[in-house]
Design a protein around this ligand. Structure first.
Ligand SMILES: Nc1ncnc2c1ncn2[C@@H]1O[C@H](COP(=O)(O)OP(=O)(O)O)[C@@H](O)[C@H]1O
Ligand SMILES: [Mg+2]
Length: 253
């Protein structure tokens, strides 16, 4: 199935568009444009640090980060970093790497760190037996040293969400903050379904800025359960697996 009736949506641009229909989500969505010479120039002027991602990408593959460094421009990809004298030179280098592949350019978020390494969250939301969106799991994902992505397939480490937040806030603030992320994730679920009514689960990637603002990096319509298997406590995993089974049997009828 393709289009609005499908259960899997791969275009990061279309998925962002679906969420932008909700006024309360807009402040949490980093500006995202299809990559070209003009949008790169504009976005760099505005934000000075941007992420470049394949429109149909996954697992952190092909992701780059461009940032102003003194008078020069730096391009990071995997563990490498190159410097360019101006934006046109930077653009040419990005083009050589991506060729004709569709990319997007997104405002870069300066995220919280854990032991000096950037992290974000993977939050699982699923439709439950009451046909409501339920948050069934949250895991912190910490980037390996010298990497710009937190994906497990790129060497990222999964950790309990409360643990990665601990250095950034008081103990008493963690519970309410996680609740806030849960409410945001359920809202994402409800909004997403307005455009894609057959979707019943989402893996939401949320980064937190140094001012503690949550930013939605992307939503996955075919989220893996493996990050939740990395936690020693299996209760989230069990609930996720339960609802996968429940929704599959319901859809099969
Ligand atoms: N705008 C951004 N600002 C900061 N980090 C980002 C941004 N976009 C992506 N990242 C980092 O790259 C990782 C992968 O990006 P994501 O959009 O989730 O693509 P993928 O589908 O490859 O997982 C994120 O988990 C995060 O660590
Ligand atoms: Mg992701």
């Amino acid at each position: 199935m393709k289009g609005a009736g499908s259960r899997h949506v791969s275009s990061k641009l279309l998925k962002t568009k679906a969420l932008l229909n909700n006024k309360r989500l807009i402040p949490h969505i980093p500006r995202t444009k299809r990559f070209n010479r003009k949008t790169l120039q504009r976005m760099l002027r505005r934000y000075r640090m941007v992420y470049l991602k394949p429109v149909h990408g996954l697992k952190g593959i092909g992701i780059m980060k461009a940032e102003k460094r003194g008078k020069k421009w730096e391009l990071r990809h995997e563990t490498k970093a190159d410097l360019f004298k101006d934006v046109p030179a930077l653009y040419r280098s990005i083009r050589r790497r991506i060729r004709k592949k569709a990319y997007l350019v997104q405002k870069g978020i300066r995220t919280l760190r854990y032991q000096g390494r950037p992290f974000d969250f993977r939050i699982m939301v699923q439709k439950n037996e009451q046909r409501e969106w339920e948050v069934t799991g949250i895991v912190g994902r910490v980037a390996p040293p010298n990497r710009i992505v937190t994906n497990r397939s790129q060497g990222g480490t999964c950790m309990p969400a409360r643990k990665v937040l601990r250095p950034s806030m008081k103990k008493s603030e963690i519970g309410p903050y996680v609740d806030h992320l849960y409410r945001l994730s359920r809202r994402i679920g409800r909004q997403f379904r307005k455009s894609y009514p057959n979707v019943w689960q989402l893996g939401v990637d949320i980064a937190v800025s140094r001012k503690l603002k949550p930013w939605i990096l992307e939503v996955n319509t075919s989220p893996a359960v493996t990050p939740f298997l990395m936690l020693s406590n299996r209760s989230m995993y069990r609930r996720i697996a339960r609802l996968v089974q429940w929704n599959r049997s319901r859809n099969a009828k």
